[in-house]
Design a protein around this ligand. Sequence first.
Ligand code: SF4
Ligand code: SF4
Length: 320
Amino acid sequence: MMISVEKCVHCHLCQDKCDFLSKYGIDIGDTEKLKEFAYHCFLCGKCTEVCPVGIDGRGYILDLRRAFAQSNPAAVKRAYKGVFKEKQNYSFRNWSKVTPGSVFFPGCNFPSLFPKTNAEISRVLAEHGIGTIYDCCGKPIAELGDRESEDIIIEDIAKRLRDSGVEEIILACPNCRGHFGDRLGIKVTSIFTKLSELGLGNIIEDDVKFFVPCPDREKRAWIDEIRPFVKGEISFVEGVQCCGLGGCAISKEPEISKAFADKFKDEADGEVMAYCASCTGRLKRNGFDSINHIITVVMGTGENPDTKKSYVNRVLTKFK
Ligand code: SF4
Ligand code: SF4
């Protein structure tokens, strides 16, 4: 049940746990002040997690963005024109290798940062009759509050899948999965589950410390699916709220975004594994080097995120 933001008791727990709220000295319950800063939020969900009353701070801020975008659509499109230009009608879409039955959908950022690993996954899945399609799930547009475009993107992808006879979509990105939810009307599987089913992938003997991406923070469903690939103990980096990429807030709060990587240096104490390409790329870009995506070990590519050529890699997916 959604708890109204008016029930806020101003305990400041959300503020204490969020670098953005603490910078401006506001709680989620400070609704008037929060309106001004809706696009400064990383939509990470930490405030939702810690609220003792059960207020969904992330959902509330997304609603603020939706209300703003509905009454000021041109302003939002102008402020985030790069995002709209690329993602609204995804510029590098490529469905030429769609297969009926099951298909691999790596999203936009995974092939952009891990092109070799993406190619290796596509190669092994193709041996099992599974093709790869390149598209964007639309989450960046949705996070900017453009509800109408969000729905159009989802409906378009669902229709293309239906028309192609796809019954199962295999995802490599926790953002795509969280965003799609059950809205595609077909089976959604993670790449780790599919590799397990096919008996593929390397096993890691050592202990692994994970950074949990925002969309998997609550359920940690991916961890259960990755578990068969890790023989050692699993632990987590708990003290960092976001990689710094969430909510398209980086343009408003570049210092906070950068500071998340600095916090990592204090909290991580050694090598960290992620299972979100965006988190891996953002933390590397912001100077935290001891991180990589676990899929690069599972697939044996040893690839580091290609932060220098990520845009070019994304463009190239159009021609694969
Ligand atoms: S969603 Fe994250 S960044 Fe936004 S207010 Fe909540 S804790 Fe802060
Ligand atoms: S944690 Fe919940 S109750 Fe406490 S200040 Fe934040 S929104 Fe209000």
